[in-house]
Design a protein around this ligand. Structure first.
Ligand code: PEP
Ligand code: MG
Length: 331
């Protein structure tokens, strides 16, 4: 089994009907780089940068961040690295932020609905400027993209993009060599508002990545970290699937790259459905890549499309699950 999965590493992630997929890795800690290299992932679809801040006593400065990003981009040896600027708040906390007096989630009744993700960065632009500068400096190390977490509105994206471009101009004035076009700036789609407004966001975001962990929480009003509502937290609930479908179709209509990077993107039983909905790019924990690759190599697009069609007519999650299980069992 291990050996067979090892051989898979060099095989392409192609459907039996020929379509090429991208299976990428999520990275939470640099220690996972070795695992990613062994997994056969074609790049990093989600680099969570919270590790830089979580245990730090002070904010990491521009150069120390740039060194870490460069190291990771270099290790990916020509495959793209997608760096997400820091996503604080909700269930994610930071000692450095706390000390800087910025982590005030404790005061909120609903931290997930408060100042988190991009909202927090736009209120404290110095953090975002430092991180953008570090990322841009590292961009000479190889192909990369920059991603914004927890976007809800078009103006938020514009505001972040203005800062991104301003930081780039400042670096150029300082003599830092940047390519003619900056690395693409894209968004996470993790709120129902972003999914519903996918057509508008796709006009201005250079790529989109669906984050089903948060999207599920916000759609079903069930906290992802609360055991009491764990049974309500269903990433395959038809309400979540409709949002995935809406934003995927909006992005495809405008030829914007769209990927998915929540936990379900690494579930071999779920991937056929996601392929059927039009997704071609999946980012997952590195250890899931071989199993997902093996699964997709046995799939035809037509079968995935038929599965998606039937699933999208399901009124409840139980029916979705049984259709998916029957498909996985070959039925
Ligand atoms: C998500 O919300 O689906 C996601 C990928 O981001 P995170 O799990 O880091 O919140
Ligand atoms: Mg998220």
């Amino acid at each position: 089994e291990r050996q067979a999965l090892g051989r898979l590493r060099r095989l392409p992630a192609r459907l039996s009907s020929g379509e090429k997929l991208h299976l990428q890795a999520n990275l939470e800690l640099p220690a996972e780089l070795a695992l990613i290299a062994q997994s056969g992932a074609s790049g990093i679809g989600l680099l969570r940068t919270e590790f830089l801040f979580i245990n730090a006593e002070t904010m990491p400065d521009e150069d120390s961040q740039a060194a870490i990003y460069s190291e990771i981009i270099t290790a990916m040896a020509g495959d793209t690295t997608t760096i997400r600027v820091v996503d604080w708040g909700g269930e994610k906390h930071s000692e450095a932020l706390n000390r800087a007096g910025l982590d005030r989630d404790g005061d909120n009744v609903n931290p997930a609905l408060g100042v988190r993700g991009l909202r927090l960065l736009l209120r404290h632009p110095a953090i975002l400027e430092t991180q953008f500068a570090a990322i841009l400096k590292a961009s000479s190390a190889g192909p990369m993209r920059v991603m914004l977490p927890m976007v809800t509105t078009v103006p938020e994206l514009r505001e972040a993009r203005d800062i991104y471009q301003r930081v780039a101009r400042r670096l150029r004035r300082r003599g830092v060599k940047l390519g003619d076009s900056l690395p693409p700036l894209g968004i996470m789609v993790e709120t129902p508002a972003a999914a519903i407004m996918g057509d508008a966001l796709a006009q201005e975001a250079e790529f989109l990545a669906i984050g089903t962990n948060d999207l599920t929480m916000y759609t079903l009003a069930a906290d992802r970290a609360l055991a009491d509502v764990a049974s309500l937290y269903q990433p395959l609930h038809p309400a979540v699937l409709r949002l995935i479908q809406t934003v995927t179709e909006a992005a495809l209509r405008q030829y914007r790259p769209i990927s998915i990077c929540g936990e379900i993107a690494g579930d071999p039983r779920v991937v056929p459905l996601l392929v059927g909905l039009g997704l071609r790019s999946f980012s997952m924990t590195a250890s899931a890549v071989p199993r997902v690759k093996r699964r997709v190599r046995a799939l035809s697009f037509e079968d995935c499309r038929r599965l998606a069609h039937r699933v999208m007519e399901s009124p409840d999650v139980a029916e979705v699950l049984s259709l998916i299980d029957a498909f996985a069992a070959g039925g």
